[in-house]
Write a protein that binds this ligand. Sequence first.
Ligand code: UFG
Length: 326
Amino acid sequence: MAILITGGAGYIGSHTVKELLRHGHEPVVYDNLQTGHRKAVMNAPLIEGDLSDLERLEKTFRSFSIKAVIHFAADSLVGESMENPLKYFANNVKNSIQLLEAMVRFNVKKIVFSSSAAVYGEPKEVPITEEHPCRPTNPYGETKWIFEKALEALHRSGKIDFISLRYFNAAGADPEGELGEDHAPETHLVPICINSALDGRPVPIFGTNYDTPDGTCIRDYIHVTDLALAHLLALENLGHDGTAGVYNLGNGSGYSVKQVVGTVERVTGIKIATVESPPRPGDPARLVAGSARIRKALGWTPNYPEIERIVETAYRWHLNHPTGMG
Ligand code: UFG
């Protein structure tokens, strides 16, 4: 059964493609390679195309007899979304709706969607469960939430089954060392700390007066291979009674920015220089996932929940791939 993986050449997409291949599925990657990497799709077919290119998208549905979709392709920089919101509404909403229209035309009923903790905005309480109100504080989070609304409506009309995975902070790299995180520019804390360990550039700490034990922001870091596993389980459980809906995806433990820096120091054995910097607009003090729903409904359990292991896989990949995914 061919499964269309939009954005399958990206960081989380490519780890999911690997997990699908390992379990005998037939992923077909659709990616414009703006941020993704050709090498990352391994031996899965790659269609180089943009979500806005309806003709190419439909041709892909037709020629591979696509039966399900995992939808990663999106713009995903919070800061950029505040400066250029229309780019985010155009790609993450308009183009993504075109994908749903194509699914309806080709009678494809299953979709797993790559959503984000950004849909919640500033949390009222942690851990955040799926019942927590959604009040996104930036256009990126708004676009993810709006697309979830489209999925829910289409599900109610009987046209699709969907699972939307609200990721907390993806980090780490393929434990077998083939895939890793390669963004340009890099904005995520774990790779920034690793790069700093390797090149000595100081890590800016965005805000040191938050209402947290050490004053820095707390996040729930989840290993990218555990995220990939959740997509596999979602795909395999789609269509079973009561599985459709939204699921948080995190480990349920929070680490502060300073704790992450400390972990990278321990794992690498290198002292990391830091500079106290102003808080980033819109950064909530704490984001920690309540992940009981996905554990119960899909039987998901993380294989790499420890922050040390997450950092260690990322570090090993960076050491062995000084030029990234190439
Ligand atoms: N941070 C620093 N210095 C840096 C980079 C990050 O102090 O150089 C801090 C951030 O302020 C934040 C934490 O490290 O407190 C993690 O930041 P990341 O940029 O790695 O991740 P975010 O929590 O900002 O973003 C993640 C996802 C987004 C998603 C968001 C939800 O990557 O896609 O969670 O709020 F939108």
